[in-house]
Ligand binder design. Structure first.
Ligand SMILES: Cc1ncc(COP(=O)(O)O)c(N)n1
Length: 521
């Protein structure tokens, strides 16, 4: 297997938000293979650059030779250069190895305001490196610095701050820079947010969009606009955009689509940016790599072992109420109360199954949930039989007043079903069926219960919920949930964990309420 190879020639940012550190994360997020040639070390954090240590040109040359001669390079991204001698080395290497796909981010000043390229180096950059680039990606201030190199002071006037007042003037600036450099230009307008009407926004509340202008030739101009994202955390935006463009080129996209996809990627990284440090926090380079925290077929294990759930789940499936059913020490009062309430619970649970069938979209899914109702009918049969033993008729079961715990639990499940989707309802119902199976099976493997099973009038409860038939019914519904879980989003999973926690608490409390009937006698 091979991935497109992307080399970043840039400075290191010790805080990990910009520079080489950002580039490598972006390259990884695009599934490309990243290599580095360090031009400078910066002692840097979110508030500023505390020091710069330029890598000697001879060492940079060795680095470039080492990676280019061995691994090879599909696309080069160039960031902070730091020194004139660095530029000369890169120019020589690019020519020697005929590197021809180069995205050059002419980094001059950091977001925090530190100079990252001495003014004297700008001329060398313009005369020797820019002509070799496929694309340059200046922001407005960098574009003006570059332009100052090409045009006499008088002609430069029209690009003074006061004239840069609209999307149209951004387009003019980009076109003019392209005319002088003869290189494709992506002018980044992120520092000049616009109103809905395309004018530079004077107030924070008017900032509606940002526009980036791509000029490929006098006639070919693309204007990309996107909503302005209100955040103070933008450290690494420029580095990330140019690296993402380099990756997209390495993945064989055309220049306009490479820019368009890279902008979408960066917008995601900004909108999920991290509030780290005291200054402008870093963008979230790796947000697109977030994966579901469980593998196929293990969503339910993930739920029961989740730190917010595990203790509650354990209390539920090893509840003393079930232990006392298994060893025969539960009182008839407590068990009868439980049977009545569980019967009433199952009435609502059948409605929930019907709702789940209604919310499902395929015939096999609907069939599984409809068969769930048939399974519940069988389950209630046991309740009726049991109650008969204790002299309670089915009519009396039906007429029994519903306890507050039962009402709370069942109506919560039905509410999740009414307001949420099939996934949420499945999760709300899973704690009951899977938990009963686990609770019964835990008692089966419990040696003590086996010896007391004979002659224990409650033992058939354990047998029912650990029977092959019950397990097969539960498995069908669990498989369906696992299948759905493959398509969940990360946010959805976090919400489902909360639903599962809530219903598991209510299951536990249901058993506790049953046990408490003894003390209430
Ligand atoms: C090593 C290095 N390279 C580039 C930048 C610019 O990034 P930003 O504009 O986000 O500060 C930086 N701060 N540090």
């Amino acid at each position: 297997m091979s991935s497109p190879r992307v080399l970043t020639i840039a400075g290191s940012d010790s805080s990990g938000g910009a520079g080489i550190e950002a580039d490598l994360k972006v390259i990884a997020a695009h599934g490309c293979y990243g290599m580095t040639a360090m031009t400078a070390l910066t002692a840097q954090n979110t508030s500023g650059v505390k020091g710069i240590h330029v890598v000697p040109a001879a060492f940079l040359e060795k680095t470039l030779e080492a990676v280019v001669e061995d691994i090879g390079v599909d696309v080069v991204k160039i960031g902070m250069l730091g020194h004139e001698s660095t530029i000369a080395t890169i120019v020589a290497t690019v020519k020697k190895y005929k590197l021809h796909r180069i995205v050059l981010d002419p980094v001059m000043v950091s977001t925090s305001g530190s100079i990252l390229l001495p003014a004297a180096a700008v001329a060398v950059l313009c005369d020797s490196l820019i002509p070799l680039a496929t694309l340059i990606t200046p922001n407005v201030s960098e574009a003006r610095h570059l332009l100052a190199h090409y045009v006499p002071a008088a002609a430069f006037d029209e690009f003074e701050d006061i004239y840069l007042n609209s999307q149209t003037s951004l387009i003019n600036l980009a076109k003019t820079l392209h005319k002088h450099t003869s290189t494709a230009v992506l002018l980044k307008g992120g520092h000049l947010p616009l109103t809905d009407d395309g004018l530079v926004a004077a107030r924070d509340v008017d900032k509606a969009m940002v526009a980036d202008v791509l000029v490929l030739s006098d006639e070919t101009v693309h204007v990309f606009t996107s909503p302005y994202i209100h955040t103070a955390n933008t450290h690494g935006t420029g580095c990330s955009l140019s690296s993402a463009i380099a990756c997209n080129l390495a993945l064989d996209q055309s220049l306009p689509s490479a820019v368009s996809s890279a902008r979408t990627y960066v917008a995601g990284a900004i909108s999920t940016s991290l509030s780290l440090g005291r200054g402008s926090g870093p963008v979230n380079h790796l947000y697109s790599l977030y994966r579901l925290p469980y593998c196929t077929g293990h969503f339910f294990d993930y739920l029961t072992q989740h730190p917010r759930v595990a203790d509650i789940w354990n209390d539920y499936v090893n509840h003393p109420f079930v232990k006392r059913i298994a060893d025969g020490t539960i009182s008839t009062t407590a068990f009868k109360w439980y049977l009545c309430q569980d019967y009433l619970f199952l009435v609502q649970f059948s409605r929930a199954s019907a709702l789940l069938a209604y919310k499902s979209s395929t015939i096999p899914q609907i069939a599984v949930h409809a068969s769930g109702i048939a399974d519940i009918t069988q389950e209630t049969g046991l309740h009726v039989k049991y109650c008969g033993l204790f002299g309670v008729t089915e009519e009396e079961l039906q007429a029994a007043p519903e306890a507050a715990t039962t009402t709370a639990y069942t109506r919560y499940v039905l509410d999740v079903g009414a307001s949420g989707d099939a996934a949420a309802l499945s999760v709300a119902m899973a704690s009951c069926s899977l938990g009963y199976q686990a609770a019964a099976q835990n008692r089966l493997v419990d040696g003590a219960s086996k010896t007391t099973a004979r002659g224990n009038q409650f033992w058939s409860w354990v047998e029912q919920y650990s029977s092959a038939e019950y397990i097969a019914g539960v498995k069908k519904r669990r498989d369906m949930l696992e299948e759905m879980a493959d398509g969940f989003s990360v946010n959805q999973v976090a919400q489902l964990v909360e639903v599962f926690r809530r219903v598991t608490e209510m299951e536990r409390d249901f058993f506790t309420a049953a046990l408490n009937q003894d003390t209430e006698d």
